[in-house]
Write a protein that binds this ligand. Structure first.
Ligand SMILES: CCCCCCCC/C=C\CCCCCCCC(=O)SCCNC(=O)CCNC(=O)[C@H](O)C(C)(C)COP(=O)(O)OP(=O)(O)OC[C@H]1O[C@@H](n2cnc3c(N)ncnc32)[C@H](O)[C@@H]1OP(=O)(O)O
Length: 228
């Protein structure tokens, strides 16, 4: 596939919608509840200690649920949908997506100078025994620093991300802060810190770049709207 064809396809993932606010709120509630249930299922799967016959029964039920959910579905991914009311939604996002059970999910608070997020990472996010997986920490930072750039109206895709793991992050509650350090043209340099009751656990810095294919129309849309 040529670069032009790939860029065209990538721009096409950004869909336009016209859903009334009340209907959107209802859809969000349904999506959240389903993802919460499946997240609980993931946690139960990791931690279960029941006998084989109970696992076989659970698998039967999970199979039925998967079949029902698959009756109608999006083709490949949820993408980002721009609504006529000025919001956009990325409900499939692996870290924040409200209908994605893989997402912890992260819910950011935005301040003029930074974004913050508090989340409880349970047994499904384990790396070293009892500790959060380093790749999960990197993913959380990627999203948090990315969110800081979006909040500061200089959004971009991750060009480079580096992380300094200072001490193991115990499974449980984490607090993350991220902010934009400086901007140079299409590049936003962001930084972040992750802490727990044990203190500072990891620090990150990264470069977020508005890609060539998104400069212009898509850039304007993203900058002009709020979303989840
Ligand atoms: C709708 C708009 C879409 C974009 C905005 C997103 C909206 C944000 C919305 C919501 C935020 C939510 C938060 C998201 C968080 C999650 C983020 C991720 O997981 S992103 C997935 C992982 N990252 C990738 O897959 C990137 C893959 N790489 C690329 O696409 C390109 O290589 C890209 C965009 C990084 C740069 O390519 P070029 O062609 O568009 O830009 P060129 O013109 O070559 O470079 C511009 C400048 O950047 C430097 N640069 C290029 N690549 C770099 C790199 N990897 N690291 C550092 N600098 C780099 C260059 O040297 C140049 O600098 P000089 O202007 O000359 O000073």
């Amino acid at each position: 596939m040529s670069t032009e064809e790939r860029d065209r396809q990538q721009r096409g993932v950004y869909a336009e919608e016209d859903i009334p606010a009340g209907e959107l709120a209802r859809m969000a509630e349904v999506a959240r509840e389903l993802a919460d249930d499946v997240r609980a299922l993931v946690q139960a799967t990791v931690l279960t200690d029941v006998a084989d016959d109970r696992i076989a029964r659970a698998r039967e039920l999970i199979g039925q649920a998967t079949e029902i959910l698959g009756e109608e579905h999006h083709e490949r991914s949820f993408g980002t949908r721009f609504n006529s009311d000025g919001t956009h939604r990325s409900w499939g996002n692996a870290l924040t997506g409200i209908r994605n059970p893989i997402a912890p999910p992260l819910r950011f608070e935005c301040f003029p100078d930074k974004v913050t997020v508090d989340v409880d990472l349970g047994g499904a996010y384990e790396g070293p025994a009892g500790l959060v997986h380093g790749g999960i920490i990197a993913a959380v930072f990627d999203q948090a620093l990315g969110h800081a750039t979006e909040s500061a109206k200089v959004p971009g895709m991750t060009g480079t991300l580096s992380i300094r793991y200072r001490q193991g992050t115990r499974l449980g509650k984490i607090h993350v802060e991220a902010w934009v350090d400086r901007v140079e043209g299409v590049k936003a340099f962001a930084k972040g810190e992750l802490s727990t009751d044990d203190g500072l656990c990891a620090e990150a810095e990264g470069v977020f770049i508005m890609p060539k294919w998104a400069r212009g129309e898509i850039q304007e849309k993203v900058l002009g709207r709020v979303g989840d």
